[in-house]
Each structure stands twice: as C-alpha cells, then as structure tokens.
Design a binder for this molecule. Sequence first.
Ligand code: ADP
Ligand code: AMP
Length: 220
Amino acid sequence: MSSYIVLLGGPGSGKGTQAEILVEELGLPQVSTGELFREHLKDGTELGSLAREFMDRGELVPDEVTIGMVRERLARPDCTSGALLDGFPRTIPQAEGLDALLAEMEAELTVVPYIKVNRDTLLQRLAGRWTCRQCSTMYHVVFSPSFKAGICDRCGGQLYQRADDTPETQLRRIDVYFEQTAELIEWYGKKGLLVEIDGEQSIGAVGAELLMAVREQCRT
Ligand code: ADP
Ligand code: AMP
C-alpha cells in the first residue's frame, strides 16, 4: 500500500529534522519544497531566481510555480509508492493541487502529522539553526549542537546559516505561516487526516510520538 504523508508545522517546528528520522524508518523519499527551491537556487535555474525573490523576503513562492515543481518531483519513480512531504502544502490551493496530483496517480493522503509548537519556540529554533552544506543535516547551537563547532558530525562538511534565517525574515516567515498556512490544520482536521504531535518536546521524543502516529495510521 502507498503512503503519502504531509508534515505540517510552522517554520522551525522541526519538520526537516523529523523528516530525516522518518525517511530512514519508513523508507520513503523526502520531498521538501524548501530544499527543492534551494537546489534550483544553487543550480542557477530560472525557477531558482524567481523563487529567490520570495524566499529572501520570507514570502511564499506563488502556488502554480510550487505545485508545478511538486508535480515534477512526484512523477519520479522513487515516489510511486509514497513520499514524505515537508513544507508542502502551505496554502489551501496547494492542498487542493496535491489532492489533484495524487488522484492522477490513483493515490491519496495517508496522514497529516501536525507538529504543534508555539511562536516563541519557533523563533528560538530558527535563530539557532545551522545546516550542513554537504549533507543538509540540521543542528541547533543550543538544542542540538555539533560535536565540533561549525563542522558536521555526520560527514565533516561545513555548517552554515541559511540566507533566509535573518531576524527580519524569520519573523515574516512565522507571520506568513499563521496568516496563510495555519488554516490547513482545520482543513485537514475536517478530512480526518490530522494527528497532533506535541512539538515542544525533545527531538527524540517528538520523533517517537510521530513514528507511532504514522505507523498506526499506515496500518489502518
Ligand atoms: P522546519 O523544517 O520545520 O523549518 P527544522 O527541522 O529546520 O524546522 O528545525 C529548526 C531548528 O530547530 C533546527 O536547528 C533544529 O535542530 C531545531 N529543532 C528541531 N526540533 C527540535 C526540538 N524538538 N527541540 C529542540 N530543537 C529542535
Ligand atoms: P523552508 O525550507 O520550508 O523553510 O522554505 C523556505 C522558503 O521556501 C519559504 O520561506 C518560501 O519562500 C519557500 N517555500 C518552501 N515551500 C513552499 C511552499 N510550499 N509554497 C510556497 N513557498 C514555499
């Protein structure tokens, strides 16, 4: 049976961190729209330069562009039996777009874990986030530091702070989340797909709760 899972939560709630754990446990590919946009930026594509304008301001990239990129990604062979979507959908039109894409694939969403974290925690987490340039492993200066400052424990790569992790952009991204994305909580709740996870716990505890919820839902 296929499993398409949407990880919902604010910027800094831990979607990327948890996706790393889930991908290994469930053997599903991670589809992160933020990562896909960053790859386009790195490769200097037209889509990348269009996305940059929005990302640098903490705004959402337009729905049609984002849905088009996800359509292409889900059409690749590794997504035929499922995917873990991280950072998508972020608006109701994107959620409708996803339903349509999955219907074309004769598939449907399995579960939408919502990682619930309050606004102050979101800011604290974004402010201390460092990422490996080479393998994208996530660190936090206080909550999850690397063994050697600035160096990735996993691959020895250099850690960097994302260009859109400036204090102004962090605040804007959090506002955009509450204005445009948080309504998806109710939307997926009404569809009976939402499972709320307490995201204020440690990374390990959130991961354990998340895995239990996903396994439970994938079985039914
Ligand atoms: P998102 O993908 O939702 O934007 P990230 O996974 O990038 O969030 O996490 C943001 C930051 O918070 C990272 O620095 C990460 O190490 C840290 N973090 C994630 N989950 C937790 C947690 N449960 N407790 C403390 N820090 C966390
Ligand atoms: P993230 O890596 O999820 O924090 O996303 C970084 C940035 O990429 C966001 O602030 C947006 O500008 C853009 N982005 C990522 N996912 C989406 C999406 N689903 N819709 C629109 N913009 C997105």
